[in-house]
Design a protein around this ligand. Structure first.
Ligand SMILES: [Zn+2]
Length: 286
């Protein structure tokens, strides 16, 4: 046993020692907890902290999605753009199912009930909540300009959901804020966890604190988003001019979408690097 004192400190006048043993104990407890609450994402193969179950976040997403649709103006499906959003979204979702089937992961999308809605709003934004609940804002369409660029955005946003990025960020926030989540307790009835959910998924720009995706999440969403768009029959090369158009939108009042999706040279360079792999999946629809 190593009782070597690393540091002394005083708390309320009492002397305390930090020994090697104490440090090792803390490391092993934290490590063990993290190990128990990690799982490997089937798309990215990366181990993620998962303190909340997929079923729980899907249930919260359903509530928030339904609330969002009743408090915003949904563009009807007989509108050309409303129809396009459903068509592109369905093609991307089918591509993801095929991707999983090819890997023998047929139950990876358990609980997913895809919905794609175009919503009347000047915001340049789109998102996908757990369980496949997707919204595109009409304000995005002047920037996408064509169906292929819309597929690039949806491929990216849907990847955030299927790669469990929101769930991972929620778990990190729960840990950071010291909020205990036990078993099957309904997260949707806890104001603290609902608050974190809103900060992570930020369905509107009105959310005061938006927790941005990390660069790692952004890279994964770009990487697999390109592959899914390509598998769905959309030319992944459209990602480059699309992100260049996004970059041109910066300025004094950049859209909320840019706050967690920086459209800089680094992103565009990385997209170029990913292109040869994505093109292997691309078969243009006749
Ligand atoms: Zn993103």
């Amino acid at each position: 046993m190593n009782r070597k004192v690393i540091q002394n400190f005083y708390l309320y006048g009492a002397k305390h020692e930090i020994t090697v043993n104490k440090v090792l104990l803390i490391i092993s407890v934290v490590g063990f907890t993290a190990m128990l609450s990690c799982h490997r994402n089937p798309i990215t193969g990366r181990k993620q902290l998962t303190l909340v179950s997929e079923k729980e976040v899907q249930s919260m997403a359903l509530t928030q999605y339904q609330h969002f649709l009743t408090t915003n103006k949904v563009v009807p499906v007989n509108d050309n753009n409303g129809e396009m959003v459903k068509r592109v979204g369905t093609r991307i979702a089918n591509a993801i199912s095929r991707y999983y089937q090819n890997q023998g992961l047929t139950n990876a999308l358990d609980g997913y009930k895809w919905e794609f809605n175009l919503v009347e709003s000047k915001e340049v934004n789109a998102w996908c909540m757990p369980g496949g609940k997707v919204v595109v804002y009409t304000g995005l369409l002047p920037i996408t300009q064509n169906e292929t660029a819309l597929a690039i955005v949806l491929g990216h946003e849907i990847t955030h959901a299927v790669a469990g990025h929101g769930r991972e960020r929620m778990s990190q926030q729960l840990l950071a804020q010291g909020i205990q989540v036990a078993g099957d307790v309904a997260l949707g009835s806890n104001p603290a966890t609902v608050g974190i959910f809103d900060q992570v998924y930020a369905p509107t720009a009105q959310v005061a604190v938006l927790l941005p995706y990390s660069r790692k999440h952004e890279y994964e969403a770009d990487h697999y988003g390109l592959i899914f768009a390509a598998m769905a029959g959309y030319d992944p090369r459209e990602a480059v001019p699309f992100w260049q158009r996004m970059a041109a939108m910066g300025g004094a009042k950049p859209p909320v979408f840019l706050s967690d999706h920086p459209a800089d040279a680094d992103r565009i360079n990385k997209l170029q690097e990913l292109m040869p792999e994505a093109l292997k999946y691309y078969k243009p629809t006749p």
